[in-house]
Design a protein around this ligand. Sequence first.
Ligand code: ZN
Length: 302
Amino acid sequence: MNNTIIAVDGTGSYRLYLTITTDAVKEASRIHGCTPLASAALGRTLTAAGMMGLMLKGDSDRLTIQFKGDGPAQEILATAYPDGSVKAYIADPSVDLPLKSSGKLDVGGAIGNGTLTVIKDMGMKEPYVGRIDLVSGEIAEDLTQYFTVSEQQPSSIALGVRMDLEGRPAYAGGMIIQVLPGASDECLTALEDMLFYMDSLTLLIKDAEEAEGEDKTRILMDLIFGKLPEEFRPVILDEREIKWHCDCSRERMEAALVSLGKRDLRQLIDEDGQAELTCQFCRRSYRFDRDELEAIWQKAQN
Ligand code: ZN
C-alpha cells in the first residue's frame, strides 16, 4: 500500500514528501519494546529517514541518520533505501523522562546535546558524510538545520508520533517541504501562512485515517494543502511505500564473524564453543555452533 506522496506545486516553487508511517513505527516500537518516549524518538527518526531514502538516486544507494547525544537515549540510528525500506534502533528503548510543560514527550531531553550525522552511501569509495551540532534534539528541527547547512536546501520538516492511551504508537507520519530554486514569493508566503495555522500533523493523520476513502495520504494532503490557492497546491508526481524491513541475514552475520580475524575467532571457539549474534535493528538472533565456527575460521584471514 502506497503511504507516501512525492509532489511539486503548480508553480514549481516547492517539492513535497508526505507520508503516513503508522505501521512502520508500530513495528519498530514492538520489536524494540519501546517506552512512549523511545517510540516518539525512534518513530520520528525512522519517518524522516524513510523520506530521505526516497530522495536517493541509485538503486543500491543507502542513507543513514544517526543522532548521538549525552541524554539517556544515547543514540538513535535509522537506515533507509531508495525502495522505501527502513530499519532503525535506539540504544536505550526503556528511556523515560517527565513530560514537558507543554504536555509533550521530551524527545530533546532524551537525546540531549550532541550531533546529527547523515551518511549517504552512493557506491563511491567514500560515503558522503554531513554532520551538525544538534539544535534541540527534537529531530525535525535538527534535520531542518542539516538540510540548510549541509545541503544548502531550505526545507520545512514536520514529524510526529501520537500515542494511544496504553502508550503505544497510534498515528505517525512526516512531511518535508523543499523550496525549489526560483520559487515564487507569493507561493512561499501562502505556504508559510498555511504552516503557521496548521493543526498538529498527527491530529491531521488521525482525521485522514478516520475519513472515508482508501488513499489516506491523499486525504491527508488535501487536509493540509486544501486551503491554498489552486496553483500553489501540490500535484502528485509519484506515490511510494515506506515500510519497515530489515535486510540482515545469516550470510551477513557470518561475514561479521569472518571479519573478526583468525585469532579472535579461535579464542571465541575455544572459550565459548558457540556464538550468538543479534541484529541490532530487528533483534533477530543467529546462532553458530562449534562446527560452523570452525568452518568460518577456515575462511578468516590472520
Ligand atoms: Zn535484522
